[in-house]
Design a protein around this ligand. Structure first.
Ligand SMILES: O=C(O)CCC(=O)C(=O)O
Ligand SMILES: [Mn+2]
Length: 213
């Protein structure tokens, strides 16, 4: 874990903090209770203007396998996998959730959030890191999961002998990634199919965009 000024270590009773080289993550599996998580899930599902974006991969335009909504302070624009996303305004619920997360994460305020909606187990996110230049060095990403539990994979970019780390992101869980995690590791949310595949899940990743960059 990189000990940086202002970042409390992930070692209180709240956090599970798997240790590996260049990894600085903490998971609170019960950041909010099930009832509140269910209420947030339903309100976000029904009120955010969910869109299915397209990205260009190897010259082909493909819809991303999930729905998204990008919110933030004015000017907190963001390029994501070749997409230019201008932020929509904060909603009262997103502002409330942001405050609750900032109270346990500390550090400067988050100024943007990417909301992802996974309709079922066929929706997914491929291997990537949240390492866009507008996030600056050693970004802090706080990721809240609501609804169906999904497996979250992590792998080191160069040291494949470290193997894959699998985290279960259940409803109401909060995953914080910081330090060199984005620089050195990638993460993914694989499809999970099968007869009793997972249902609806919403994930909110709060970020700090460096404005005017
Ligand atoms: O849905 C998740 O848990 C992952 C989301 C993610 O990695 C992202 O939005 O960059
Ligand atoms: Mn990510």
């Amino acid at each position: 874990m990189s000990a940086r000024e202002g970042a409390a270590p992930f070692d209180s009773g709240r956090w599970e903090a798997p240790r590996a080289a260049d990894l600085d993550i903490g998971l609170d599996p019960a950041f909010v209770g099930e009832r509140e998580a269910a209420r947030w899930l339903e309100e976000l599902r029904s009120s955010l203007p969910w869109r299915q974006e397209s990205i260009r991969i190897f010259g082909k335009t493909m819809p991303v396998p999930r729905l998204q909504s990008w919110h933030g302070d004015p000017g907190a624009g963001y390029r994501y996998s070749g997409l230019d996303l201008e932020p929509l305004p904060w909603t009262p619920l997103l502002t409330e959730i942001r405050g609750r997360i900032e109270a346990v994460v500390g550090g400067p305020p988050f100024n943007a959030v990417l909301a992802n909606l996974y309709r079922d187990g066929r929706d997914s996110m491929g291997w990537h890191a949240d390492d866009e230049p507008e996030l600056g060095p050693e970004p802090v990403i706080a990721s809240l999961s609501l609804g169906a539990s999904r497996t979250f994979h992590l792998r080191h970019r160069t040291r494949r002998e470290l193997g894959r780390l699998d985290l279960q992101l259940g409803t109401g869980s909060l995953l914080v990634m910081r330090g060199r995690t984005q620089e050195c590791w990638q993460h993914a949310l694989p499809k999970r199919t099968g007869r009793s595949g997972p249902g609806l899940r919403i994930n909110l990743t709060f970020r700090r965009i460096i404005l005017g960059g």
